[in-house]
Design a protein around this ligand. Sequence first.
Ligand code: HEM
Length: 170
Amino acid sequence: MTEKTKTLRSDPILSRRSFDETESRIAFASHPVHAMMVAFPISAAFGTFGADLLYWATGDVFWARAALWAIGSGFIFGVLAGMVGTVELLSVPGIRVRAASWTHFILAMTLLSVLGGNWGLRLGDPVGAILPYGVMLSALCVLMTGLTGWHGGKLVFDYQIGTQRGSDQD
Ligand code: HEM
């Protein structure tokens, strides 16, 4: 194979060293902070849907208040986790260069919008907002959280994003 054919056949992305630089830059004792933080919005989104269903089933306003706190904390922790994820995305070359990272970003932004909308809807009237729109938004939050979380896992397990893929360590 001539030198020219070799150049033409080489993958332009794989030939860039930065492609393998996927190691997290926002990490605590080498554990990515984003991965630690996402547990909070994920559990809050599922908790909100559960509290809405329990309010629907029992009519107990305790569940309406629980749902208000759950969705509010889910939104706030989701934004914080998203800020950390965005810094990773923009600052780590091997994360920035992959289309899959941007797909995760778009899914996450959609999720954060739905979480924020669901919280905003309840602020004036936490009890009256649940049926029917609150519970419907909560179901959408669960769906979007599942999609975003599954895709985040794909980044880590399929693409080794946030891991020490390109380092000398075994
Ligand atoms: C808003 C912008 C976001 C960006 C740019 C982003 C970016 C990333 C990146 C780069 C990773 C790879 C691991 C790392 O480097 O830390 C990741 C993993 C992950 N993300 Fe996000 N993320 C965002 C928001 C979210 C949100 C709101 C959720 C909540 C569902 C989420 C769920 C996950 C999960 C579950 C993982 C896999 C963690 C693991 O298994 O170790 N992300 N994300």
